[in-house]
Design a binder for this molecule. Structure first.
Ligand SMILES: Nc1nc2c(ncn2[C@@H]2O[C@H](COP(=O)(O)OP(=O)(O)OP(=O)(O)O)[C@@H](O)[C@H]2O)c(=O)[nH]1
Length: 662
């Protein structure tokens, strides 16, 4: 059978399959962009490589509907393609080619969506370092999606705790060929102008396009996004002079030659990290400058007091990249991930059927990577080109770019790029991901909408700044087969029906992932667990108090009343209810709107969630909302009890009561 996916080796660029890398910080809109491209594809056969940081993969679910066949998707889960999963990019491309050949279907375009924490440089490097890839695929462009609402915060915050650390948000911008300034509906003209200026400071070459990717009117034409042939090695080398160095872009070596590199005064690895660190510093200074110019102090309190000083700091940082490189090699320790935490996370027990939580950290990914990198790798030579389908360690081909690879990259080494093979050396590819991790939770059974609402509201009230991202696929009690998708970026949350309902035999499993700084895994897990809907014990009824806008519980026989939901007899009953929940018409949950008043256990004001719901373009405006109250259920305090519904209403427990509001 013919091999339609890839051209024969050494054929011209035009015959190679174009690859577009979509990058951008957590929640910027990468998956939204991908879905838009898949919908507007115009007969193109597109294969997708989806890289997810959290162990629970939500994005697969979110793009599934727009794939023509499920074989068009290759997932790289629980890690980052820029470090721990870098070899897997090679394998994924090989898999795409294999499937293409098997199906006798040519792939016109590959789109690789990176995680929001990925540095695109090492991923891009893969396309030039591996002769097999270089002969079949060409990197068409790196598209960076920017969340105009939060980008300044990210540029300033991430990477600030270690002087030599890489700011992922800055790296993503610096290496982009096209920058999509997304979510312009959420920012003022003034903020947009500030973002544009800061982005321009970081990357003067990339085109900027303002957009609203989740709104038809705001989507850029497909012609701007694909087949632009915008990636250029020369541009990449300007950003990172050692982009084509064998070790550039990732911690590819795990030996002890690190000290030698330091003694040599840096070398490429150090220079690259130094340049990245300088870029991070420059980005932070540029943010400070723009804030000062706008007369507003940046969040987090930059020490730079005025625009002039900040601009000077930015210029200094950029100009002294070389010096920073020398510093870097002298000051940085082992790549993140070599700590005990990483090992513990990597060795976490496998997911159990009922519920599961992962605490996969970026550092853990780094650790995995280091372990992987100890595998055999060719020294001083490019990986041998292997025939497609032949079993080989594709990652082993991640060796130094040969003259052939350089030629594949656009012909010859540009000035300043040394073709001389250096001794192996580890680049200081340091993410400043200290304390950043993901917690994935899987829970069976439909959620109690009200409890989930309160759980999220309380969480965001306290931690919106540290929770960069949360997303999930949910089953909600009272909504039959309607599946819900939950999306959160800091305090901006959206909650709506999925395009597809739960399949008849599909288990109703809630999956949610939180990504952020200093997440408390146990408390998130316990909190989420309390959101699973439970039947009321025998004799209890649920009713709704319109004054406090929250439910309460009463027992017509004993005349007891309580705001706290009485505990169920057995958890299994809750799971059984899944099968008997009546199918109701498709609706959005009413939740995520804060209550007017809460009972005594209310830990805080619901401002964040209210703002969030109001600012989210697709936030449900559900009528008949009945939020409020606490899942923990405190006492009613001084409040008077409302009259229970006549005739013992709300019969049948919480399920029936929820149905009342549909
Ligand atoms: N208001 C607004 N929201 C948007 C826009 N584009 C995307 N979103 C929303 O932003 C949220 C995150 O979008 P995603 O596409 O999942 O972001 P992502 O970059 O793929 O997220 P990660 O993969 O988790 O890093 C979703 O709720 C989107 O609907 C936009 O132009 N305006």
């Amino acid at each position: 059978m013919a091999a339609p996916a890839a051209p024969p080796p050494n054929s011209g660029d035009a015959a190679k399959t174009p690859v577009t890398i979509i990058t951008g910080f957590l929640g910027a809109g990468k998956t939204t962009l991908l879905n838009y491209i898949l919908k507007a594809r115009n007969e193109r056969n597109i294969s997708v490589i989806e890289n997810e940081f959290g162990e629970v993969n939500i994005d697969n679910e979110l793009v599934a509907d727009n794939l023509i066949e499920k074989e068009d998707l290759v997932s790289l889960d629980n890690g980052c393609v820029c470090c721990s999963l870098r070899k897997d990019v090679v394998k994924a491309l090989a898999e795409i080619e294999r499937r293409s050949r098997h199906r006798n279907k040519r792939v016109d375009q590959v789109i690789l969506e990176t995680t929001g924490l990925a540095d695109p440089a090492p991923v891009a490097f893969t396309f030039f370092a591996n002769p097999w890839i270089a002969s079949r695929f060409r990197l068409d462009s790196i598209v960076c999606v920017v969340d105009t609402r939060y980008v300044l915060q990210h540029l300033e915050a991430i990477g600030s705790s270690q002087p030599a650390a890489i700011n992922e948000a800055a790296q993503q911008l610096a290496f982009a060929d096209l920058i999509l300034l997304n979510k312009t509906d959420l920012v003022s003209e003034e903020q947009l102008e500030r973002v544009k200026a800061v982005v321009r400071d970081i990357n003067q070459n990339a085109r900027q396009i303002e957009c609203r990717l989740n709104q038809e009117v705001g989507q850029p034409p497909l012609s701007e996004l694909l087949d632009s042939n915008a990636f250029s090695v020369h541009k990449a080398l300007k950003v990172d002079p050692c982009f084509l160095d064998s070790d550039s872009g990732s911690d590819v070596e795990s030996d002890d030659s690190d000290e030698e590199a330091t003694a040599e005064g840096g070398g490429c690895g150090g220079a690259a990290a130094g340049a990245a660190a300088a870029r991070a510093a420059a980005a932070a200074a540029a943010v400070a400058a723009s804030a000062a110019a706008a007369g507003a102090a940046p969040r987090g309190g930059s020490p730079v007091a005025d625009a002039g000083a900040a601009a000077a700091a930015a210029a200094l940082a950029a100009d002294t990249a070389g010096a920073a490189a020398a510093d870097t090699t002298a000051t940085t320790g082992p790549a993140a991930g070599g700590d005990g935490d990483g090992k513990a996370a990597a060795a976490a027990p496998a997911r159990t059927e009922d519920e599961f939580a992962s605490d996969a950290t970026h550092q853990a990914s780094g650790q995995n990577q280091q372990e992987q990198q100890t595998e055999r790798r060719p020294e001083g030579a490019p990986g041998a080109p292997g025939a497609a389908g032949r079993k080989r360690d594709a990652g082993a081909a991640l060796a130094a770019p040969s003259a052939a690879a350089l030629a594949a990259a656009g012909g010859g080494a540009p000035a300043g790029a040394s073709q001389e093979r250096r001794p192996k050396r580890r680049r200081k590819h340091m993410h400043d991901m200290a304390g950043i991790g993901s917690v994935g939770i899987v829970a069976r059974g439909p959620l109690d909408e009200y409890r989930f609402s309160m759980f999220m509201r309380d969480l965001l009230t306290e931690k919106a700044k540290d929770i960069f991202r949360c997303k999930g696929v949910l089953a909600v009690h009272g909504y039959g087969s309607q599946k819900f998708v939950f999306q959160g970026v800091h305090e901006t949350i959206c909650y709506g029906p999925s395009d597809k309902p739960w399949g008849e035999d599909e288990p109703r499993i809630n999956q949610i992932v939180f990504i952020g700084r200093g997440l408390n895994r146990k408390s998130l897990m316990m909190g989420f667990k309390t959101c699973v809907w439970q039947p009321l014990p025998d004799g209890w009824r649920e009713a709704f108090d319109p004054v406090t806008n929250q439910p309460y519980y009463y027992n017509p026989t004993t005349h007891e009343k309580t705001w706290a939901r009485p505990q169920p007899a057995a958890r299994e009953q809750a799971q059984d209810t899944v099968t008997v929940t009546p199918v109701v018409p498709m609706q959005q949950p009413r939740s995520l709107q804060p209550s007017r008043r809460r009972n005594g256990s209310n830990p805080g004001q619901p401002g964040a969630a209210r703002d969030a719901a109001a600012s989210c373009a697709s936030a449900p405006q559900g009528a008949g909302q009945r939020n409020g109250g606490s899942s923990g259920g405190g006492g009613a305090g001084e409040q008077e009890w409302p009259e229970p519904p006549a005739g013992g209403g709300g019969g049948g427990g919480g399920g029936a009561a929820l149905s009342d509001t549909l």
